[in-house]
Design a binder for this molecule. Structure first.
Ligand code: ADP
Ligand code: MG
Length: 365
């Protein structure tokens, strides 16, 4: 009978989708199921006892140890979520519960523990939370921008009329010019904000070379007056099915930043290449890189670049450009990467964008 129960227990423990273990009242592991061993790569119960901390995420050890000691001394169940290292080194999140089993007199004879893999579920929840946050922020920003847009247009028009009033003296003209510049900045922010939220129209085949050229045309005056040497290096690529306005905005932001960063006499190079499967040579998408010989980006700033409102340009910056750009490229299942150097004599930055011709989640939201 005893044997039969043992057998049943074994079958049960091995059939569960969880990691399962048993701990004696002193806290020593006396059993772990095959799934536990296979997942962690640990080969004996002794090894679990001597090295359980090595399979736990370093950031979780302190909290787990604290809670588990508490359970051991009070006899109360332990419940917690922590990351366990898989044998290949990847950490996954598990929901863990360990409860005491008592005998007739009420003393603890063992603890039964189980851990359920909740990693994918957690990732999905994080993604949803993140996109909800973005959507909320976007909606809020768009409604503010929308409210500001009309008064902004009238002030812009009024200033334009004023600027052409011949009777004004020089100082007045200078004031107006400054006001116009400041206002242009506000307009840029609202445009970005509106664009960010606006449900874009249908995707259409777009020639990226033309998109890039039209952006450069807009910036021509600035590039010339700053004495920046511009090189365009395009190879033929297939048209890209995309939301043309979004992609234009993304590249305009990157090119604008490059011009901002480049001192007089500096160089700006825009390169367009087909991106191919190296074996079949089939075009997978396009790669655009925007390289400048500007200031480069301090290492401590690199990881903050894509945050909303992060800017090093003081009051002339908005800190929205890269934030939005990331989102627009991501929406097209693309990728942004960058290389940058602040080494004296070799400063500069290259932003590189890959946009695929096909992507499963493209425009699905
Ligand atoms: P903004 O241009 O309004 O500051 P962005 O989001 O476009 O906001 O850029 C954020 C910051 O990233 C900039 O303030 C700047 O410090 C840095 N940056 C972006 N592109 C470059 C570049 N090409 N060279 C140097 N710094 C850059
Ligand atoms: Mg910018």
């Amino acid at each position: 009978m005893m044997l039969e129960t043992d057998r049943t227990f074994h079958d049960l423990a091995e059939s569960l989708p969880q990691l399962v273990w048993i701990v004696d009242p002193q806290g020593k592991v006396i059993f772990a199921n095959q799934r536990y061993m296979a997942y962690t790569g640990i080969t004996s119960f002794d090894q679990i006892n001597s090295s359980w901390q090595t399979i736990m995420h370093p950031d979780d050890i302190a909290e787990v140890t604290r809670q588990w000691s508490r359970s051991l001394s009070t006899g109360e169940p332990y419940t917690g979520e922590f990351r366990i290292r898989r044998r290949d080194g990847e950490f996954r999140s598990f929901l863990t519960r360990t409860v005491a089993v008592r005998n007739e007199t009420g003393s603890i004879v063992r603890w039964m523990g189980s851990a359920t893999d909740v990693h994918d579920q957690k990732l999905a929840e994080d993604a949803i939370r993140r996109s909800e946050k973005l959507a909320t922020a976007g909606r809020l920003a768009a409604s503010v921008a929308h409210e500001i847009n009309n008064p902004l247009a009238s002030v812009t028009n009024l200033l334009y009329l004023l600027a052409h009033n011949q009777s004004l003296d020089r100082t007045a003209r200078e004031y107006i010019q400054t006001a116009q510049q400041e206002l242009a900045r506000v307009s840029e922010i609202t445009t970005q904000m509106l664009r960010f939220h606006k449900q874009s129209s249908a995707a259409a085949p777009t020639r990226i070379a033309e998109t890039l050229d039209s952006i450069l045309a807009l910036h021509r005056a600035r590039i010339q007056s700053a004495g920046i040497l511009l090189t365009r290096d395009y190879q033929a690529t297939q048209p890209l099915l995309c939301l043309a306005g979004d992609i234009r905005q993304a590249f305009a932001n990157l090119i604008g930043n490059a011009i901002d960063a480049t001192p007089p006499g500096g160089r700006l190079r825009i390169r367009l290449r087909p991106s191919r499967n190296w074996k079949t040579r089939r075009q997978l998408g396009v790669r655009v890189s925007i390289a400048d010989t500007g200031s480069g980006i301090e290492p401590r700033n690199v990881k903050r670049l894509f945050e909303a409102l992060f800017t090093t340009k003081g009051i002339t910056g908005t800190g929205l450009g890269l934030w939005i750009t990331w989102d627009l490229i991501e929406k097209h299942s693309g990728l942004i990467s960058l290389r940058t150097s602040t080494r004296p004599g070799h400063t500069g930055t290259v932003f590189s964008v890959f946009l695929p011709f096909e992507a499963d989640k493209r425009f699905s939201d």
